[in-house]
Design a binder for this molecule. Structure first.
Ligand SMILES: Cc1ncc(COP(=O)(O)O)c(C=O)c1O
Length: 415
């Protein structure tokens, strides 16, 4: 038993799931290779409790856009800490950050801050309901754990059954289902909340543009959940990349390089609803995260951060394609460069899934941390990408060499 195995055993006795974020629970399929804890990070590298180093492509599930312990951001936080974390009145820095977000996010006529992605989504939903006087919402994609976004999950998750009458789900990407639900519930619908991109092959925003068209036609608000796409796909998120003009939008993960802050933004007429009811939390104006977000956005504006992330993502994708060709495997690089993936494309769907899982398992052994999609950050340099491609090639060769019998015992499963 390793030090981290013992630590995890102990954690499970005190902390349900042994972690605060479900996706951070060690995957049983990666037993003995996926680190159970990460102790520290620097740049694009992380180290587990045994001191093993990994090139990281999971990036704390998305928030790390610049790199771990990015000096300019952390220095800004240390400077702010000398002045104070939270005050009895607003900090002047709130306006400084609001101006930056207003400048770079296309529909941010007004801006307000929260702490998490789901906070921001919930606020947008309240505004949409208050503005339209309608009670139903349609959702499309994962928007967080709160009740409104969890109506379809396990029956014992504590969400009142009645909420199903007020929140309907559009399977992401299904334009027909969207149209059907919108036609059916029409004047009851306050807003459609949707992620703009689902780390799949809809890389030109076809679905979200369709939702925009439909919502306009029916006088329904479009809330774009840009929690992971914002400040990552482009500085102005998917709104900028796809040219989609949302009524309201939520941002969180990539805006402060890992510090906890989110933003909900939108057109003035909707955001001004906030002057008429209470939508507030004590920590929304916490200044350390605000300082981190100001520093992060200033770096993004000053340097060619997104150009670099895209270039490194493309380099990785070229590597994926080259590996597939060398190994004569039916597979190709897919997705958008800031979050690409290798699409295994043999006619056997089960084999594709198992092979992907086996590949990740071998990648952990090689010291590459990735699950499903590959997040790229500003600290990934060409040499890190090239080293990763070498490791990925070795890992995939080993995965392919495994006896088909062993391969078929693998159960792909993701939290
Ligand atoms: C698209 C999207 N929306 C909302 C959330 C929830 O954000 P948070 O975990 O910060 O509340 C997530 C988190 O993974 C997400 O990816």
């Amino acid at each position: 038993m390793t030090r981290s195995d013992r630590h995890f055993e102990e954690a499970l006795k005190l902390i349900p799931w042994g972690t605060q974020t479900n996706a951070k629970r060690p995957y049983p399929q990666f037993e003995h290779v996926m680190p159970k804890f990460i102790e520290r990070g620097k740049g694009c590298r992380i180290w587990d409790m045994e001191g093993k180093e990994y090139i990281d492509f999971r990036l704390a599930l998305g928030p790390v856009t610049l790199g771990y312990c990015y000096d300019e951001v952390d220095d800004a936080v240390r400077e702010q800490m000398k002045k104070g974390v939270l005050f009895s009145m607003a900090s002047p820095r709130e306006l400084e950050l609001a101006k930056l977000v207003h400048e770079v996010v296309p529909n941010a006529e007004m801006v307000r801050f929260m702490k998490t992605g789901e906070d921001a989504n919930l606020c947008s939903v309240r505004i949409a309901r208050a503005f339209t006087g309608r009670d139903m919402i349609l959702t499309s994609g994962y928007h967080g754990y709160p009740d409104w976004f969890a109506v379809d999950e396990s029956p014992k998750n504590g969400v009142p059954e009645i909420l199903k009458d007020y929140a309907k789900i559009i399977p992401w990407g299904d334009c027909e289902a969207a149209e059907k639900l919108i036609r059916q519930y029409n004047e009851r619908i306050a807003c459609v909340v949707s992620i703009p991109y689902d780390m799949n092959e809809d890389t030109s925003g076809t679905y979200i543009k369709h939702l925009r068209k439909l919502t306009r036609e029916y006088g329904i608000l479009l809330v774009l959940d840009e929690v992971w796409t914002g400040f990552r796909l482009a500085i102005g998120g998917a709104q900028e990349l796809f040219g989609v003009d949302a009524d309201l939008a939520s941002y969180a993960k990539a805006m402060a390089n890992g510090y906890p802050i989110s933003a909900y933004v939108g057109k003035r007429q909707y955001m001004e609803m906030l002057n008429t009811f209470r939508m507030t939390t004590t920590y929304a104006g916490e200044t350390l995260s605000i300082a981190a977000a100001i520093a992060t956005l200033n770096i993004m504006k000053r340097e060619k951060v997104h150009q670099h992330i895209n270039a490194m993502g493309r380099r990785l994708m070229e590597g994926f394609d080259a590996i597939a060709k060398e190994l004569a495997l039916e597979a190709y690089a897919a997705g958008l460069p800031p979050a690409p993936f290798l699409k295994f494309n043999t006619p056997d769907a089960g084999f594709n899934e198992q092979l992907e899982y086996l590949w990740f398992r071998e990648l952990f052994k090689e010291g590459v941390f990735v699950v499903l999609r590959w997040f790229v950050c500003y600290s990934h340099k060409p040499s890190d990408i090239d080293l990763t491609i070498d490791k990925a090639r070795r890992a995939l060769k080993r995965a392919l060499e495994l006896e088909p019998k062993e391969r078929s015992t693998i159960r792909p499963f993701y939290w």
